[in-house]
Design a protein around this ligand. Structure first.
Ligand code: ADP
Ligand code: 5GP
Length: 188
């Protein structure tokens, strides 16, 4: 099976990329990660063209004008993120399924475009306090960025019911298992 879309979403720090990495390891799902474009600064250890395509805001805006995005959002003030149409085509043309880690609006927008070829999974933290602790332990954000992410988390949690599935990431192993079961049914 190829050309199916698995879309992970949920607040920053809830465990989306950790869970995505586990799903990517599972060869039977034949998944490849959709590398997004973003305008934030690269974190230590992140690799251009693996984690993201990092662009200036001006270059990002010219891609919007050229209609190159399947979807894009200003996820945090002055921080733009988007999925390029050619990225999805690149992965599909390799005969693979696509896994996304995108914000709630991006997730619902991709689902609207791909309908039954896409499944949306909301990764929910056990609580906002746990989310804060995870973001703090990850040590990737300045105080200002951490505050921005937590402010947005409450709004994002209200979107959970719009998703095909909700996985609570309290115990990581269980959450990965649940996500695997969902993907297994979707990509038989
Ligand atoms: P996201 O991609 O949603 O922003 P990450 O996958 O980077 O989140 O996870 C945020 C942090 O929380 C990371 O340091 C990760 O190792 C940790 N983490 C993920 N799942 C759990 C869990 N179930 N319990 C505790 N910490 C977790
Ligand atoms: P981070 O800066 O932590 O990597 O990502 C911040 C947020 O941006 C996360 O919610 C992540 O899912 C979202 N995001 C990453 N790539 C995209 C994208 O291409 N489109 C949209 N809409 N959101 C994205």
């Amino acid at each position: 099976m190829a050309g199916k879309l698995v879309i992970l979403s949920g607040p920053s720090g809830t465990g989306k990329s950790t869970i995505a990495k586990q799903l990517l390891k599972n060869e039977k799902f034949n998944l490849s990660f959709s590398i997004s474009v973003c305008t934030r600064k690269k974190r230590e250890g992140e690799i251009e063209g693996k984690d993201y395509y990092f662009l200036t805001i001006d270059k990002f805006k010219s891609k919007i004008e050229d209609n190159e995005f399947l979807e894009w959002e200003e996820v945090y003030p002055t921080c733009y993120y988007g999925t390029l149409k050619i990225e999805v085509e690149r992965i599909k043309s390799m005969g693979k399924n696509v896994i996304f880690d995108v914000d709630v609006n991006g997730a619902l927008s991709i689902k609207r475009s791909y309908k039954e070829d896409a499944v949306t999974i909301f990764i929910k933290p056990p609580s906002i306090e746990a989310l804060e602790e995870r973001l703090q332990n990850r040590s990737t954000e300045t105080d200002d960025n951490l505050a921005k992410r937590l402010r947005k988390a409450n709004m994002e949690m209200a979107y959970a019911r719009k998703f095909d599935h909700i996985v609570i990431n309290e115990n990581l192993e269980n959450a990965v298992k649940e996500a695997e079961e969902i993907v297994e049914k979707f990509i038989p």
